[in-house]
Ligand binder design. Structure first.
Ligand code: PLP
Length: 402
């Protein structure tokens, strides 16, 4: 028997424009923290307000600081907002480890609150209820590419004098209720990891509207020193100083050169992702047997995420009943379909379970999503025939396992 044709979980689409851009940097002096990084920071800021130039609540571009990853961006954003030992930061259990790691690495405590059943996004009512005397801020996660309810969260943050740091690893393209990432948050942090909509293999950026936060981010990403080499270049020698304890967390010019051409294509690719989602949703709806629908708790979203606003469609997930999820994952793998799980509820992972001691049952909605979710192949260059194969293998799995 020949091996089944593989449909990868993710395939990047870096091509000639990206490699040409990357190659030009090799002939220049600065490979890091140089002009490509500065240009990318300006261009990402402009992207985040594109179409708003004529007005709106926030027509001016946020200040953007390139980082080595979203994880380091989250860490320095929290540092720039003075998070430290004794502080509490409210976030969601439906996220990647980086969100809670950033809080813990600063000696602060992550306080988890449950999510909305239909979207998996942090529930603003649960956030409001969890605010206590030590709460310093809230970290919503724009899960799968849908914006959390930033208007509701901003209102709570303003009432209680809290900061908002958006974990926007899943995209730069989203909008909800007229709000984009980095618009209402004190900082929004993006990822350019290998599987993200925009990628340089690894990389990230923080967008902020506060000049003092930008200044600290620039320092914290570069050891805590007062001036980067490129800032000093071409001038008489200037001493640099170490003014606080920082990190090595900058984007490089090679990364930025890969990212700049992608910024020009991101909207077209988002449209293509949306077309793939619509096709998946229409065909998968027909594939779900009634016997499986009957196994799901009443009122829960059967298989697909509820849509809110414009999504970046970073991930496409289905939610079969928990009892068959792992078997369905195995079935998909055996038929050459790449998958991922985004995410098992984070408080149930070993390290956090031992540290936070939040037993199963603490966040039932996040746990249910975590027990059910499967991410299917989703990228602009997924072909229709590949998608058809994914759909038919999922449908066959649901029929046989349900
Ligand atoms: C929600 C979320 N936050 C943070 C990260 C971390 O991103 P990075 O790999 O750029 O550090 C990821 C990456 O997968 C993520 O999905």
């Amino acid at each position: 028997m020949s091996a089944p044709e593989k449909v990868e979980f993710y395939r990047h689409q870096l091509g000639t424009e990206e490699s040409d851009s990357w190659r030009t940097v090799i002939d220049t002096l600065f490979l890091t923290l140089g002009p490509q990084v500065a240009a990318f920071e300006r261009e990402l800021g402009a992207f985040l307000v594109r179409g708003r130039e004529g007005g709106g609540e926030n027509a001016t571009a946020p200040r953007v600081v390139g980082t080595s990853s979203c994880s380091m961006g989250l860490l320095i954003a929290l540092r720039a907002l003075d998070v430290g030992p004794g502080d509490e930061v409210i976030t969601t259990p439906m996220t990647f480890a980086s969100t809670t790691n950033a809080i813990l690495q600063l000696g602060a405590k992550p306080v988890l609150v449950d999510v909305e059943a239909g979207t998996g996004l942090i529930d603003p009512a649960a956030v409001a209820a969890a605010v206590g005397p030590r709460t310093k801020g809230v970290m919503p996660v724009h899960l799968y590419g849908q914006l959390a309810d930033m208007r509701a969260l901003r209102k709570i943050a303003d009432e209680k004098a809290l900061f908002l740091v958006e974990d926007s690893a899943h995209g730069i393209e989203m909008e909800r209720d007229g709000v984009r990432p980095g618009e209402l948050g004190d900082a929004a942090v993006f990822s350019f990891y290998a599987t993200k909509n925009l990628t340089s293999g690894d990389g990230g950026a923080v967008a902020t509207r506060h000049a003092h936060v930008e200044e600290r981010l620039r320092r914290l990403r570069n050891h805590g020193v007062s001036k980067a080499a490129a800032d000093r270049h071409g001038k008489a020698y200037q001493h640099w100083d170490l003014v606080e304890l920082g990190y090595k967390a900058n984007l490089t010019d090679l990364d930025a050169a890969l990212l700049r051409p992608q910024l020009l294509k991101v909207e077209d690719k988002r449209a293509r992702r949306q077309a793939i989602v619509e096709r998946y949703e229409a065909r998968l709806r027909e594939a779900v047997p009634a016997s499986l629908l009957a196994q799901l708790a009443p009122g829960r979203v059967p298989f697909l995420v509820e849509r809110r606003g414009t999504s970046s469609h970073h991930l496409f997930t289905i939610q079969p009943p928990a009892a068959i999820r792992d078997e369905l994952l195995a079935h998909l793998g055996a038929h050459g379909i790449g998958t991922a799980v985004n995410y098992r509820a984070i408080h149930l992972l070993t390290y956090l379970q031992e540290l936070l001691k939040l037993p199963r049952g603490s966040y039932p909605l996040a746990e249910e999503i975590g027990d059910r979710t499967i991410s299917l192949p989703m990228y602009p260059n997924l072909t229709e025939s590949e998608q058809d194969r994914v759909i038919s293998v999922v449908a066959e799995g649901l029929r046989t396992l349900g």
